[in-house]
Write a protein that binds this ligand. Sequence first.
Ligand SMILES: *[C@@H]1O[C@H](CO)[C@@H](O)[C@H](O)[C@H]1NC(C)=O
Ligand SMILES: *[C@@H]1O[C@H](CO)[C@@H](O)[C@H](O)[C@H]1NC(C)=O
Ligand SMILES: *[C@@H]1O[C@H](CO)[C@@H](O)[C@H](O)[C@H]1NC(C)=O
Ligand SMILES: *[C@@H]1O[C@H](CO)[C@@H](O)[C@H](O)[C@H]1NC(C)=O
Ligand SMILES: *[C@@H]1O[C@H](CO)[C@@H](O)[C@H](O)[C@H]1NC(C)=O
Ligand SMILES: *[C@@H]1O[C@H](CO)[C@@H](O)[C@H](O)[C@H]1NC(C)=O
Ligand SMILES: *[C@@H]1O[C@H](CO)[C@@H](O)[C@H](O)[C@H]1NC(C)=O
Ligand SMILES: CC(=O)N[C@H]1CO[C@H](CO)[C@@H](O)[C@@H]1O
Length: 427
Amino acid sequence: MSCFLALVRALVLSSLLTGTRASADTEKKYSVWMANSIISRGQGVLTGEGDSSALLQAGFTQKGFRRLLEQYSGDSSAGLIEGYVNKSVDSTISTVSVTTKLTNYPLDRLSNGNNLIDLFLETGDATYRQSFESLRESINLQPRNVESGLWYYTYKNWSYLDGMYSLAPFYSYYTGLFDQDNTTAIADIVLQLDLLWEHCYDNATGLLFHGYDESKTAVWANPETGASPHVWGRALGWYFMALVDTLELLPVERQSEEWTGLLDKFRTLACAVVQSADEASGAWWQLLDQPGREGNYIESSASAMFVYALLKGERLGFFESATLGTDSPNNDVEISTNASGDNEMEIVATSTSHAQVADKAYDYILHNFVVHNGNGTLSYNGTVGVCSLNSTASYEYYVQRPINYDSVLGSVAFILASLEHEIKDRE
Ligand SMILES: *[C@@H]1O[C@H](CO)[C@@H](O)[C@H](O)[C@H]1NC(C)=O
Ligand SMILES: *[C@@H]1O[C@H](CO)[C@@H](O)[C@H](O)[C@H]1NC(C)=O
Ligand SMILES: *[C@@H]1O[C@H](CO)[C@@H](O)[C@H](O)[C@H]1NC(C)=O
Ligand SMILES: *[C@@H]1O[C@H](CO)[C@@H](O)[C@H](O)[C@H]1NC(C)=O
Ligand SMILES: *[C@@H]1O[C@H](CO)[C@@H](O)[C@H](O)[C@H]1NC(C)=O
Ligand SMILES: *[C@@H]1O[C@H](CO)[C@@H](O)[C@H](O)[C@H]1NC(C)=O
Ligand SMILES: *[C@@H]1O[C@H](CO)[C@@H](O)[C@H](O)[C@H]1NC(C)=O
Ligand SMILES: CC(=O)N[C@H]1CO[C@H](CO)[C@@H](O)[C@@H]1O
């Protein structure tokens, strides 16, 4: 199905749902509510050195909370949330300041860098600077494959979509503030996103597989591209969020080849993500390349990540034709051709269609994954545990991974999705 038809279908289905939303709940901001709930559970703070996943949980929590503070600096919870960001950042400092140890952690470690930079800018405290310099230096020490693709972790020659959300926005933010003349760094950011695109692109769905082995020796590796065999929702969610956040932070002109190249990827992927939304729920499968197959299910972290990236892309005007100066080989051209002369289609041919797809998914998330505990806190259900390519990477592997309750990889993604949803609702 074309992107255009998917958007039409989404609009028709979502208009059927109008009016079913619980109006009482819209009074309370879910973003703030979920953040307070995460705080009440003490999540996103390292105890001890933290395993590889704990560092990501801390960094992701900090990023979600910081984003919330930007939107709601005057909220009555802002002080509590800001104090909690401080606590989470402080809990990571002893771990991230030892550069040589850092390459024992996946690229996900870099998600801790953005808030260290922010706290340094606020206070000028050298401890923060030393810590993010250590993270930055660790990028230079990370092993690479023969094409200069960064390994995700200790697995030789393997690159994953997952690491991009932590790598690219930190690398961009750092370069823009402290290393503006380093064109090598900017080229490297773009190269990492490009290599994953080239190796992992799935011709059948337009989505990206979980990762690739450049040496093509892994049991799961495609003999031509090195790609793993399935499109894992959360890995794609990290990559999709990386694109939209990097477009915001990459220190280049918007007419530059680097920026327009990333924008083109973002728009192309957005189209494929819209097309792969499940027809009934509006949300996304654990494995996007196997919709409806027995054992597969709608997954709550990836669904929230897609909602966030689609709504943010829309808010920043990334789907508007004018944003890209030149003709691009993406869906817009196709859409505008068919929209002419037909009023009904013109409506859906605008960028608001992406938002309507996201809204439908958000509605599903609210009613199916957000749990009201009845004591003032919320929980978040349905988030798959870590899926590794250090496995068979088979269909069965992915659908049999444990499903976690109150994982911050899901609940923070929900905060990000909610923040975008709430901005739009106010307009
Ligand atoms: C968080 O840390 C910053 C930097 O040290 C400080 O300025 C701010 O007051 C702290 N916020 C809270 C709520 O503790
Ligand atoms: C510029 O970036 C490259 C790539 O990350 C890095 O190897 C190099 O050390 C950086 N140069 C400076 C002066 O920071
Ligand atoms: C996808 O299509 C491109 C161009 O047609 C081709 O080079 C590539 O090998 C294909 N990839 C896969 C995984 O089939
Ligand atoms: C990485 O892959 C290349 C081939 O692309 C191979 O020559 C090299 O030995 C591999 N590295 C490791 C550490 O396995
Ligand atoms: C609220 O209820 C949940 C679910 O019963 C429970 O796990 C949590 O500890 C409670 N939190 C507070 C702050 O009472
Ligand atoms: C969480 O989701 C699982 C799987 O759908 C379900 O069995 C369970 O009842 C849910 N938990 C809550 C508290 O809603
Ligand atoms: C990779 O998988 C093997 C086999 O299950 C396991 O022994 C090893 O610890 C795993 N490696 C990492 C870094 O988790
Ligand atoms: C995406 C889409 O619907 N494309 C259609 C646009 O109109 C031409 C001509 O009617 C069709 O051939 C396309 O399939």
